[in-house]
Ligand binder design. Structure first.
Ligand code: AMP
Length: 361
């Protein structure tokens, strides 16, 4: 594990008057890079050749470092280029997926804004559950054995299939039938079935709550909210029930985009309480805890209770819905404030107070 002291050493060679903010050109890079520019930092994208168009056309990059594959961001020569440019790297979902947790933890010797140790905690389901339980945030009940299915459940499979092949059922028989059908179609292997994750299906409305913990102000800010736009489930639910049955289609939950939402105002107290609680739990379990952007993905039930089914302990994709600020970030800052810009603002404030070490690992 790369220790913070090693990263602080790297930072000692940096020119603090000429810092750059860098990220992998994917996921939430647009507002991370633009936010860096808005706050007066140079923005650097590590970009796969051929994928540079949006970053150039939207004028968010000051420099592009080209690679052939996303994973090359971890190559020693790319790391060196980043350090030469005094770059602070912003981790996001694609960075974690392509570079990989082991390499981020043990090889990526570039200062990162955020807690590099906590990335594993959002990626592994039991660790994620531990964090949420510690925070006292309600989660869907987990069902350990398919024979115990006694209510509507959603069945998820491991690996990077991102919502593909998830299914809903409400009995052990239903589980077996669906699994068999999917194995026949070649969508699942026997091994996947052993590793199936079964949890209570929460028929609520989706709120992905986007937060920002500021170590400089010691405050959790509500940055915005989104809900997921998912294929094919969002298409499937546009088909009337009788036709749905005829189509015989299986649902999938592949995120294709995000939609901005606002919650009933009376829910906001709960929203802040959850953000504060997760921040405290993370501080205890994975010090120094959450730094900067994080997200709690929830369903809100008809009893107006939030149930969290996932978290992001870094910039979440749903922040893309408020690149120009959300209703909440506007109220807090009275200017268009994306999560990317907020992160750059935090760096700026940390520099002024000579507290940059609070933000990086
Ligand atoms: P995940 O891969 O866990 O992010 O889930 C993908 C999508 O499946 C979510 O965005 C929700 O639409 C849906 N989903 C996941 N877990 C649940 C749950 N426990 N109850 C209802 N819907 C869920």
């Amino acid at each position: 594990m790369i220790e913070k002291s090693q990263i602080v050493e790297v930072l000692e060679d940096y020119d603090m008057d000429d810092l750059a903010i860098a990220t992998l050109a994917s996921h939430t890079a647009l507002h991370i890079l633009k936010g860096a520019q808005e706050e007066g930092f140079k923005s650097i994208a590590v970009c796969v050749k051929g994928r540079e168009v949006p970053y150039q056309r939207l004028r968010v990059v000051d420099e592009i470092i080209f690679v052939d594959h996303f994973a090359e961001m971890n190559n020693p020569e790319i790391q060196e280029l980043l350090r030469e440019r005094n770059a602070l790297v912003v981790p996001h979902g694609s960075f974690v997926a392509y570079v990989g947790l082991d390499k981020i933890e043990n090889e990526f010797m570039v200062p990162m804004i955020g807690n590099r140790r906590i990335l594993r905690w959002e990626s592994e389901r039991d660790k994620e559950r531990q964090l949420l339980e510690k925070a006292g945030i309600r989660m869907p009940k987990k069902i350990m054995d398919p024979r115990d299915i006694d209510r509507p459940v959603i069945v998820k499979f491991p690996g990077a299939r991102g919502g593909r092949g998830y299914f809903i059922t409400d009995s052990p028989e239903g589980f077996n039938q669906k699994v068999e059908a999917m194995i026949k179609r070649g969508w699942l292997s026997e091994e996947d079935v052993v590793n199936a994750h079964i949890e209570e299906y929460i028929a609520g409305t989706n709120f992905c709550l986007q937060y920002f913990y500021s170590p400089i102000f010691d405050e959790v800010e509500l940055m915005g909210m989104d809900r997921r736009f998912e294929s094919n489930i969002d298409g499937l639910t546009r088909i009337p029930a009788k036709d749905q049955i005829e189509t015989n289609m299986e649902p999938s939950y592949v995120v294709t985009g995000n939609i901005q939402v606002a919650a009933r105002e009376s829910l906001l107290e709960q929203v802040y309480a959850m953000g504060d609680a997760l921040k405290r739990a993370a501080e205890e379990l994975v010090p120094p805890g959450l730094i900067g952007p994080f997200c709690i993905q929830t369903m809100c039930t008809e009893n107006l209770e939030f149930v969290a089914f996932e978290i992001s302990a870094r910039m979440d994709g749903g922040t893309n819905v408020f690149m120009n600020g959300s209703p909440y970030s506007y109220l807090r800052w009275l200017e268009p404030m994306s999560s990317g810009r907020r992160l750059a603002r935090e760096v700026k404030m940390a520099l002024e107070k000579d507290e940059i070490e609070k933000l990086i690992t």
